[in-house]
Design a protein around this ligand. Sequence first.
Ligand SMILES: Nc1ncnc2c1ncn2[C@@H]1O[C@H](COP(=O)(O)OP(=O)(O)OP(=O)(O)O)[C@@H](O)[C@H]1O
Ligand SMILES: [Mg+2]
Length: 234
Amino acid sequence: MSLLKLDGVQTRYGHSQVLFDVSLDVDEGEVVALLGRNGMGKTTTIRSIMSLTPAFQGDIRFRDRALRAIPAHRIARLGIGLVPEGRHIFPNLNVRENLVALASRAGGGRSWSLAQVYELFPRLAERAANMGWQLSGGEQQMLAIGRALMTSPRLLVLDEATEGLAPLIRGEIWRVLDLLKRHGLAILVIDKNLDDVLRIADRVFVLEKGRTAWHGAAPAFRAERDVQARYLGI
Ligand SMILES: Nc1ncnc2c1ncn2[C@@H]1O[C@H](COP(=O)(O)OP(=O)(O)OP(=O)(O)O)[C@@H](O)[C@H]1O
Ligand SMILES: [Mg+2]
């Protein structure tokens, strides 16, 4: 049984339909990359999963439970830890407060303590008393990941978590994601840096104009230069 499964998902913003037929699945302990050029519907797929922009058609299941009827604020508590595009940390809480604000065991996955998150990201321990607004982009991203972990997720979802960050900081984030994978955490990751994301991904789904256009094993995707050219323009 899949941990997460989308089948024929269709989503629109007002009258403008953006997703026409998105199907994908993530198994326990698996890292899945969601790829596609700008505007193809990756973020909207995540928003549909989280009920932030609910799908109007299709099936979305997490641990065999239909998500479409469940409001956004309850989905996090089912065990999906979201690291959204733009991070959305609390600017007026300090690092420690950001981490504990939404901490919960409700997600049902491994519960990460404050100390364990600080161990993953020593930088956050050093900045524990700093306010959210005082952090660098990279530190905010680490904080967003740490905050998601503290909801005890069974699935971590990352939307462009390394965008705009310096190579050293990006490396730090991939190091942690790889560690989380080895802890058995399932991860759904969107990222523009193909080399980095393919190093950690087990499988790949590619979106083209709101449809799942290709899916397969990460090594197969890496080998398929024409698929990369057609769908990613590289
Ligand atoms: N709030 C919105 N209202 C109307 N249209 C939107 C909205 N958000 C996104 N869209 C449109 O939906 C389409 C898919 O956008 P989405 O953000 O899902 O793409 P994406 O694959 O995440 O792109 P990117 O790689 O640039 O982040 C785009 O055409 C975009 O312009
Ligand atoms: Mg996006």
